[in-house]
Write a protein of this length. Structure first.
Length: 601
């Protein structure tokens, strides 16, 4: 108690002493140091003798004749002046930081929206014009925002590095991860390999990000691709023994049995851990699109393509056809080309030709280019069937295109579609065409119905054949998506006991119905369900498709087009990382780092 009382007495004496600095010696305290209000000199040791000596030798002649009131007034004025100066410096520093942050935020938006770096200058012009009209007194603050082409380029590079650093930090916590790989050429024929990463932590937090865009100037063999993938994993600090699966589009240099990328990846994993299980999947969307081949619609597609090309390829024909549609007040204002590389193109073109078949026939006859197939009942019935079937496949395709879907969700959509095919096939035999409205409108005969039913059965068989890799995972996926209803006998031996414990717990069953799948598995106690949690992590981390790669290639072609072909590979990679990332850049760290760089000059 005596020590505390002594400390309080000393503190009080210090406070009294400091209050006398301003009036007696014209000093104030700033950050533990005494600062002279007159000349700004700092005195490190806070002693009465030091302050008195400075005042006596420097300023006593000027202020010795002042009364106490005059001295107090002068000291208050000097203190207010110093505080004003300090506030000005603080305000200038804050204003400068705000300008730098604004520059980073706008540059981030430019990259995310795939705009040219030089657009920053145009944006600044718009900002200055707007602030001049709305609040002209703040124009100086906006003029300090640097948005030149070179500045935006540097900002984009900094943001991309920051996002990569955050991804690397997250990757350190991954229990398992999987990769989605795809390779395509840009406008300058440079092969660009996209590597997407999906990782899961012990708390079942999932991260899906672009790991790297690797530019390949030479060959793109399996060995070349493996070298790039290995370099990417090393850069992010990812370990091969945590790799759960790889999903590709099925091209030979990726899936070759002897020298393909997947074979080399399997050899690498086996070398590190012989018992490690690695899952390879062929993109479920690509396989769904390839199933259209068995429909044998060439006699439909060829006629439709030629007819559309006749109308669209000649400007006069195209203008006159549009005028005809406007005159008849048709729902379709035009007719589009069929592009085979676009998943949804065929169905849309067939649908528009079906809806406009009468107008197309009249127009082509007037032009001396009649389409006899449009008057053939058999061909028209085949067209109606093609419209309905491709529309059903498009609905499935759209369901599979969502980003972030788990593999079991995608396969569930495929299984549902296969059941629909069986149902529709049986109904078509009985001339029940509720689910094929376009074919119903065409009024097919019995022979047509038998042919269409057989075609649907063949399509179902093709789906069953192509999705064998997903079929092999079905039991494991069911165990994760429906752990309370799946068969324990079909589960692997290491999780059977845990699965029985889980299915016997009514509280966990209620919890499963009320929360998301990730939240449910993260809530399971690791000491009670270690193998079940481990198995769920391996399944939930898998990519079901390479849709995210295809989506990014569209962004790449927009950024590196024939009008912007000089974009470097590094800058293209930075833009793609920013445009596809769900991670928010750390603007505070970027601004602080920029300030340190500026001060170092």
């Amino acid at each position: 108690m005596a020590a505390r009382a002594k400390k309080r007495k000393i503190d009080n004496e210090c406070r009294v002493f400091k209050r006398t600095w301003t009036a007696k010696y014209l000093f104030t305290e700033i950050k533990g140091k005494a600062v002279c209000l007159v000349c700004g000199t700092q005195v490190a040791v806070l002693k009465d003798y030091n302050l008195n000596r400075h005042y006596t030798t420097k300023h006593e002649d000027k202020y010795k004749n002042l009364s106490e009131k005059e001295r107090a007034r002068v000291s208050d004025a000097l203190l207010a002046k110093l505080q004003t100066q300090q506030g000005l410096f603080t305000k200038l520093h804050t204003t400068r930081e705000a300008a730098v942050r604004t520059s980073y935020v706008i540059s981030h938006k430019i990259a995310r929206k795939s705009k040219a770096f030089s657009d920053g200058e145009f944006i600044k012009e718009c900002l200055l014009d707007s602030v001049t009209l709305i609040c002209p007194e703040k124009k100086d603050a906006f003029e300090n925002v640097s948005l030149s082409r070179r500045t935006v380029t540097r900002r984009v590079e900094d943001i991309a590095e920051n996002l990569e650093l955050q991804l690397k930090n997250r990757a350190a916590d991954f229990e398992f991860f999987s990769l989605a790989l795809d390779e395509s050429c840009d406008v300058r024929d440079t092969a660009q390999l996209l590597i997407f990463l999906r990782g899961i932590t012990a708390g079942f937090q999932v991260t899906e990000e672009l790991a790297a865009m690797q530019s390949m100037k030479g060959t793109t063999t399996g060995n070349d691709l493996f070298t790039e993938v290995n370099a990417c994993l090393e850069k992010l600090g990812l370990k091969w023994d945590n790799l759960a699966g790889v999903t590709t589009d099925g091209c030979p240099n990726l899936t070759g049995k002897n020298v393909g990328l997947l074979k080399r990846m399997q050899d690498k994993v086996t070398e590190i851990n012989p018992v490690q299980k690695l899952t390879f999947l062929h993109c479920i969307i690509h396989q769904e699109v390839l199933c259209k081949i068995v429909l044998k619609m060439d006699h439909i597609v060829d006629v439709v393509t030629k007819t559309v090309n006749f109308i669209r390829a000649r400007a006069l024909n195209h203008r006159q056809f549009i005028a005809l549609l406007e005159e008849n007040e048709m729902e379709h204002g035009d007719i589009s080309y069929h592009c085979s590389v676009r998943w949804l193109s065929l169905s849309k073109v067939l649908k528009s030709v079906w809806d406009l078949r009468e107008q197309i026939q009249d127009f082509c006859v007037k032009k001396g280019h009649g389409v006899p197939e449009l008057s053939d009942e058999d061909w028209v019935a085949d067209l109606g069937f093609a419209v309905d079937v491709t529309a059903l496949m498009n609905q499935l395709n759209v369901k599979l295109q969502c980003r972030g879907l788990f593999v079991h969700e995608m396969y569930t959509a495929v299984k549902a579609f296969m059941r629909k095919l069986q149902l529709i096939s049986s109904q078509v035999k009985d001339n029940f065409l509720t689910h094929l409205p376009t074919l119903k409108e065409a009024i097919p005969n019995a022979n047509h119905l038998h042919k269409y039913s057989a075609t649907l059965e063949v399509l179902h068989a093709e789906f069953s054949r192509r999705f064998q890799d997903f079929k092999a995972l079905e039991n494991e996926m069911d165990m994760v998506s429906s752990p309370f209803t799946c068969s324990v006998d079909n589960a692997s031996s290491d999780v059977q006991m845990e699965l029985i414990d889980l299915q016997s717990d009514t509280l966990l069953a209620e919890h499963f119905r009320s929360v998301s799948l990730l939240d449910f598995y993260s809530s399971l106690k690791e000491e009670n369900f270690p193998h079940l949690r481990n198995h769920a992590q391996r399944i939930l981390v898998l990519f079901g498709s390479t849709y995210v790669c295809e989506q990014t290639f569209s962004v790449m072609k927009f950024n590196k087009s024939k009008h912007r072909s000089s974009v470097t590979d590094d800058h293209l990679s930075a833009v793609l990382r920013i445009a596809t990332s769900d991670i928010q850049p750390d603007f505070n760290a970027l601004v602080q780092n920029q300030n340190r760089l500026d001060y170092s000059h």
